[in-house]
Design a protein around this ligand. Structure first.
Ligand SMILES: Nc1ncnc2c1ncn2[C@@H]1O[C@H](COP(=O)(O)OP(=O)(O)OP(=O)(O)O)[C@@H](O)[C@H]1O
Ligand SMILES: [Mg+2]
Length: 402
């Protein structure tokens, strides 16, 4: 498309829109083939046999690695294959189960699974479930979940179980493949809510031929532990870690959105960003975006190394703001812990190294360690080792302390 340049009256090409999406679902999901295959496998079971997809599927990874993007791509896939999909994002501010009920209710209405003349009854049904979940004093603890749950605790489990069963059954009877529910940020759900969900899922699985349902979730790396603590059988969920993108996928994350607009990347430009971003999807999108903004390419152009270099300061500014926010959200003790980690100068740092740097014993650093893991700032990598989840954060902390 052309527009008139008012100054010279010449027609100049309209600038192409920036196709990169730092902080948003990507235009092209690079890699993640095996993860998508895991989801498709469950959906295939639901679609083909009309039965439950399998155990709770739990993707876990630190911030910015692409959990939400993966789930959104899977949701698109699922809807194209005839599924009705519900989406819930947990947060510490709102109880998760009423959100789940609302999301399932809305999904069925949007898909026109509920005939108009049943709408009032369906709403009354949802309200009843909401009441059952809101019963004051109802608590389901991990302890209760191991033994047969007593009466009050059974109410919310039965409410969730019945609702999911009924919703999936209605979808199927209207000719749909089944119901798939996506739960993002699962780590933010309370232990009680996780326990209800796990118990309900276990019951639905026990009667699997009648429940054309799948449940796909994602959360920070603490999620598997939190689920296992909420109910012992939580450990039988299918836990899948998301890693950084392998080099060819990182290159595709940059090249594919540009290619769709007729813009190419020079090899050395890709090499540079891939090296800087170390496979971290957010970094790739951010640097792709600032490079594009510096290059202002038109159809048929090639983005070069000089564009990457020109874009880097913009990316740095954005990252520094994010590092500053993470640092500011840490308590004094957590900041001391982070400084000790950063000063170690290696990617993986042992508990003993941190304790020694702080002049204390390993036990007394366990609280800040756990809190920082929960916040997704650091992650355990086995054998008592931890590392930063965001490339560049260690250098930022060292720089602050200079
Ligand atoms: N497979 C991918 N290909 C290309 N870009 C991706 C991919 N996965 C994620 N991204 C990009 O990375 C960034 C982070 O993705 P996303 O929000 O999905 O991560 P997340 O793990 O959900 O993070 P958080 O824990 O903060 O919610 C986004 O800018 C997104 O566009
Ligand atoms: Mg997310």
């Amino acid at each position: 498309m052309k527009y008139q340049d008012v100054s010279g009256g010449r027609a100049v090409p309209e600038p192409l829109p920036n196709p990169y999406t730092p902080g948003q679902v990507p235009r092209v999901l690079a890699g993640r083939r095996s993860e998508l295959a895991r989801i498709r496998d469950q959906l295939g079971r639901v679609g083909t046999f009309g039965e439950i997809g399998g155990p709770l599927l739990v993707f876990h990874a630190p911030r910015g690695l692409g959990k939400t993007s993966l789930l959104r791509a899977a949701q698109r896939d699922a809807e194209e294959s005839g599924f009705v999909s519900a989406w819930v994002a947990c947060s510490r501010q709102h109880p998760f189960l009423p959100e789940l009920v609302r999301a399932v209710g809305r999904a069925l209405e949007r898909a026109e699974v509920i005939p108009a003349d049943e709408s009032a009854r369906w709403h009354a049904r949802l309200d009843r479930v909401g009441v059952q979940l809101g019963v004051p004093g109802v608590r389901v603890t991990g302890e209760v979940a191991r033994t047969p749950p007593p009466e009050p605790a059974a109410a919310p489990i039965a409410a969730v179980e019945d609702l999911l069963h009924d919703a999936a059954d209605r979808v199927r009877r209207r000719g749909g493949a089944g119901l798939v529910t996506f739960v993002d940020e699962l780590h933010a759900a309370s232990a009680d809510d996780m326990s209800v969900l796990l118990n309900a899922w276990q019951n639905l699985d026990g009667d699997r031929e009648h429940n054309p349902l799948a449940l796909v979730t994602a959360g920070l790396p603490v999620t598997p532990e939190a689920l296992t603590r909420a109910a012992t059988f939580g450990e039988r969920s299918a836990f899948v870690p998301l890693d950084v993108l392998a080099d060819p996928d990182a290159r595709a994350a940059l090249a594919a959105p540009a290619e769709a607009l007729g813009v190419a990347w020079a090899d050395e430009a890709l090499d540079r960003i891939v090296r800087e971003a170390r496979g971290h999807p957010y970094f790739l999108q951010l640097m792709g975006s600032t490079t594009w903004a510096a290059a202002v390419p038109g159809n048929g152009d090639t983005i070069g190394l000089e564009d990457v270099v020109a874009g880097l300061p913009g990316a740095d500014q954005q990252l520094t703001a994010m590092y500053r926010a993470r640092w500011g959200a840490a308590t004094k003790r957590e900041q001391e812990f982070l400084s000790a980690m950063a000063e170690a100068g290696t990617d993986n740092v042992t508990r003993a190294q941190i304790a020694a740097a702080l002049g204390t014993d390993t036990r007394s650093i366990s609280v800040p360690r756990e809190r920082l893991i929960e916040k997704g700032v650091i992650e355990p990598v086995g054998h008592g080792l931890v590392r930063f989840t965001m490339p560049g954060f260690a250098a930022y902390v060292r720089h602050r302390n200079d």
